[in-house]
Write a protein that binds this ligand. Structure first.
Ligand code: MN
Length: 264
């Protein structure tokens, strides 16, 4: 199983979480909130095969980012295929810094455009603005992490070729389950957003991504193993679109839907 959005650097005992990845057989995309956090985490988990570290710039930090952080962003972008968490946040927490967030997000998109990066996107109360910015820089396809906007905007997100990653908090809420049910099988990824999302009263850890896999299995009326295959193909189609076509002809599980990029 793959957890495509987890804040590994926010756990008090990182080593224990990394050991948990090995024993559960879970791989995680460790998103970061600013570039110096990427550099620190990289030094702490170097050589761990189940961790992919994403270079991030959280919208709630983006407004007041020192130049030194921007220099780190530019310097380390080539060292990872994963970028996140980036995006826009127009909730009450973020609305005051909207113009600065938009400038920062556009600067990020300009830097990543055409470089084939995996993009984990924060879009709270800003779905349409995020979509517009992605379109402007031809950054598709990206992954909308914890999408919480309208179904109408979600249709536009999907029509533009993007993916969604679902977490246990979405599975636990009626609204979240409606959103999950709305997304086609070949656009789905799973995440925990740990440790911020909680599962049975404690902070979620990457192995809790199984909650999402089990929910999808029930919704699709498939075995969990089919969901595991489907989400692996989806990620491959996203990060290696040219290679995914070959893979599908060789060993694709019959019940998987062949992922296509569905670009606009
Ligand atoms: Mn997050």
């Amino acid at each position: 199983m793959i957890d495509t959005h987890c804040h590994l650097d926010e756990y008090p005992d990182l080593a224990a979480v990394v050991r948990g990845l090995e024993s559960a057989g879970v791989t995680t995309v460790a998103v970061t909130s600013f570039p110096s956090a990427f550099v620190r985490l990289r030094d702490r988990v170097r050589g761990q095969r189940r961790v992919r570290i994403a270079l991030g710039l959280h919208p709630l930090h983006a407004a007041a980012l020192p130049d030194a952080e921007w220099r780190l962003f530019d310097r380390f972008l080539d060292q990872t295929s994963y970028v996140g968490e980036v995006g826009l946040d127009f909730s009450p927490q973020g609305i005051a810094t909207r113009p600065a967030q938009e400038r920062a997000f556009r600067r990020v998109l300009q830097a990543v455009a055409g470089r084939g990066k995996f993009l984990s996107i924060h879009s709270r109360r800003a779905e349409e603005a995020v979509l517009e910015a992605l379109n402007a820089y031809a950054a598709a396809p990206a992954v909308f992490h914890w999408y919480s906007g309208s179904l109408r905007s979600l249709d536009r997100v999907l029509a533009a070729g993007h993916y969604c990653s679902f977490n246990p908090a979405m599975v636990a809420s009626a609204r979240g389950r409606t959103i999950i049910a709305h997304v086609p099988r070949d656009r789905v990824l799973a995440e925990t957003d740990g440790p911020f999302v909680r599962v049975v009263g404690r902070p979620a850890a990457p192995p809790d991504v199984s909650v999402v896999y089990r929910h999808l299995a029930r919704q699709w009326q498939e075995e969990v193993s089919i969901v595991v295959d489907q989400l692996r193909w989806n990620l491959l189609a996203l990060i290696r679109p040219e290679g995914a076509a070959d893979l599908t002809t060789t060993s694709l599980t019959p019940n998987c839907i062949i992922p296509s990029r569905n670009l606009p």
